[in-house]
Design a binder for this molecule. Structure first.
Ligand code: ZN
Length: 198
């Protein structure tokens, strides 16, 4: 798993319904495999691109509702049941860019974000060829990657963060020292910046 998210799809992550096998009926359609994870998201919560990439799809269909597909080079992500999207096909996005707002469009019983990760080339994005009990349409459990991201976030210390921010921003020692020691919440800021850079 050499893919790492650079941002979370939502600011706060709570799983409403996990990835994988299930048997549910929504609006008279039955689904035996859940291609993504349903994340708790009240109506109108900002939804973020998890990595830099290209907007492949920003449209509506009856199942996904308003949805966006991004491609990040080695993998793709899908964000659905949005209230609306704020990007267009062929746009470039950066990690952390807002791509839309959560909603309950399409086959959905209440506001949430259905988020998918597909590990494949874009031309195979909708491929069912690999369908078996564990792999369906090249999807994987997004929580593996989200948990990895959260774990990495926890680990960083101010001491580790300083050189990362310093080299990326080209700041002098005394500027870094001022930010960390004299600026209110400066140490938190430096840690956050470092996490955004790595
Ligand atoms: Zn879902």
């Amino acid at each position: 798993m050499n893919i790492r998210l650079k941002h979370l799809p939502l600011k706060n992550i709570t799983v409403n319904s996990p990835y994988g096998k299930r048997n549910i009926t929504v609006n008279d359609k039955s689904y035996w495999w859940h291609n993504g994870v349903d994340l708790k998201a009240p109506l109108n919560t900002p939804v973020y691109a998890v990595d830099e990439g290209k907007v492949m799809i920003a449209t509506y269909n009856n199942s996904y509702g308003y949805y966006v597909v991004l491609y990040h080079g080695k993998y793709g992500t899908l964000y659905s049941h949005l209230r609306n999207y704020t990007v267009n096909s062929n746009d470039r996005v950066k990690a952390g860019d807002i791509i839309g707002y959560s909603g309950s469009s399409g086959d959905s019983t209440g506001p949430h974000l259905h988020f998918e990760i597909r590990l494949c080339k874009y031309e195979n994005f909708w491929d069912r060829a690999q369908c078996d009990s564990t792999v369906f349409m090249n999807t994987v459990d997004p929580m593996l990657f989200i948990e990895d991201y959260l774990e990495k976030q926890k680990e960083i210390t101010v001491k580790e963060a300083i050189p990362i921010v310093q080299s990326a921003a080209g700041l002098e020692d005394r500027t870094m020292d001022y930010i960390v020691n004299h600026y209110k919440y400066g140490d938190d800021l430096v840690k956050k910046l470092a996490k955004a850079i790595i």
